[in-house]
Ligand binder design. Structure first.
Ligand code: ADE
Ligand code: ZN
Length: 324
C-alpha cells in the first residue's frame, strides 16, 4: 500500500503555506532574522504542537509565522514545501497563503507574493510540479482589511487563482465577507471558504457559503452530513469538499474516516489534504495511509478521492485532462 500511495500521481488542494514551516527551518529563520523564540530545539517545538481545538492550533501557527520576513524566507518556505510535495508524488497543488498575517507585521504584500511566485516558477522547471496560489483572508480580521488586501492583490492577479477564508471561525460567519467575496468574483477569482469541523453554527456557515457567497468549493465542511438537503445541494452543484483527516484528529480528536466514506457514498466530491502538515506531522501520503490503516479504505477509495481532486482543481480543462 505504501508503494501504491507513493506512486499515485496526486493533487493537493488544501495546504496552508505557513503551515508547512518545519521546526528546523523555523529555528534557522528565527536566528537569521534575530527573532527570539520560546523553544530552542526542533524537539521542543514539536512538543509544543499539542493542540486540542482550532484556537489552540492557531496560537502556535501564528507564533511560527513571525520568523518569515524577507522575500527569500517566503521563497525558501514555498520551495521546501514543493520539494517535499514532489517527492511524495504530488503533481499539482493549490496552496493557501495568509497575507494579512504578514502585512500586519509590516511585511509588504509584494515581498510575500514575489517570494512565493519565484518558488512556484522554480518548482515548475526544476521539479515538474504545477501549482496555483489561493489568497486567504483572516476571518477574525475586519471585512475592510480583507477588501484592502483584495486591492493589494490586483497587480498580481495573474498569479492568484482564487480567494479563501480561514482562521478563527467563531462569530466570523461567511456573511461578514459577502461584499469582498462578490468583488473577488468580479475580479475573476475562484471562491472557497473554510467551514471547519464542529464549529459553532457550522451548518449555517455551510448554507451561507452555498446560497449567499456561492462558493466554488468548501474547505472541510463535513458537517454537511447532518443535513440531507445540504449534501444533495453539494452533489447537484458539483461543489467539492477539501477534507484533512489528520488535522481533524488534532482539532476534533477523530480521523473522520467514517464521515469521509459516507460523503463518498453520497457522491459528494470529497478530497484528502494535509492542511498544516508541519504542525500535524503528516503530509498528503501520511493522510492517505491513515485512511487505509485506520479507516479501512481500499485502493479504489483512494483512487476515487484523487480523481475527485483533479476534477475539482482550479485548472483549465485542457490541463486537467493530462491528469484524469
Ligand atoms: N489557518 C491555517 N490552518 C487553518 C485551519 N486548519 N483552519 C482555519 N484556519 C487555518
Ligand atoms: Zn485549512
Amino acid at each position: 500500500m505504501h508503494q501504491f500511495i507513493a506512486g499515485l500521481p496526486k493533487a493537493e488542494l488544501h495546504v496552508h503555506l505557513e503551515g508547512t514551516l518545519e521546526p528546523e527551518h523555523c529555528l534557522a529563520l528565527a536566528q537569521r532574522n534575530g527573532i527570539s523564540l520560546e523553544h530552542k530545539t526542533p524537539e521542543s517545538l514539536i512538543r509544543s504542537y499539542d493542540f486540542c481545538d482550532l484556537s489552540s492550533f492557531l496560537k502556535v501557527y501564528y507564533s511560527g509565522i513571525r520568523v518569515l520576513v524577507t522575500e527569500q524566507d517566503f521563497f525558501e518556505l514555498a520551495f521546501r514545501y514543493f520539494q517535499r510535495a514532489a517527492s511524495d508524488g504530488v503533481v499539482y497543488v493549490e496552496v493557501f497563503f495568509d497575507p494579512q498575517a504578514h502585512t500586519m507585521r509590516g511585511i509588504p504584500f509584494d515581498v510575500i507574493i514575489q517570494g512565493i511566485h519565484r518558488a512556484q516558477c522554480e518548482a515548475r522547471t526544476a521539479l515538474g510540479l504545477e501549482s496555483n496560489l489561493i489568497m486567504c483572508f483572516l476571518r477574525d480580521q475586519s471585512a475592510e482589511s480583507a477588501s484592502e488586501h483584495l486591492t493589494m492583490s490586483m497587480p498580481f492577479n495573474d498569479w492568484i487563482v482564487g480567494v479563501g477564508l480561514d482562521s478563527d471561525e467563531k462569530n466570523n460567519p461567511p456573511s461578514k465577507f459577502a461584499k469582498v467575496f462578490s468583488d473577488a468574483r468580479d475580479q475573476g477569482y475562484q471562491l472557497t471558504m473554510h467551514c471547519d469541523v464542529n464549529q459553532v453554527n457550522t451548518l449555517d456557515h455551510i448554507r451561507e457559503c452555498l446560497d449567499l457567497i456561492k462558493v466554488d468549493r468548501i474547505d472541510h465542511g463535513l458537517n454537511c452530513l447532518e443535513d440531507d438537503q445540504l449534501c444533495s445541494a453539494l452533489v447537484e452543484r458539483g461543489i467539492g469538499l477539501t477534507i484533512c483527516p489528520v488535522s481533524n484528529r488534532f482539532v476534533v480528536q477523530s480521523l473522520t474516516s467514517d464521515a469521509i466514506r459516507s460523503l463518498l457514498q453520497k457522491g459528494v466530491k470529497v478530497t484528502v489534504n494535509s492542511d498544516d502538515p508541519a504542525y500535524f506531522r503528516a503530509y498528503i501520503n501520511e493522510n492517505l495511509m491513515a485512511l487505509i490503516d485506520e479507516g479501512g479504505f481500499t485502493k479504489e477509495d483512494i483512487k476515487r478521492l484523487m480523481t475527485n481532486a483533479f476534477e475539482i482543481a482550479w485548472l483549465p480543462g485542457r490541463l486537467k485532462a493530462k491528469y484524469l
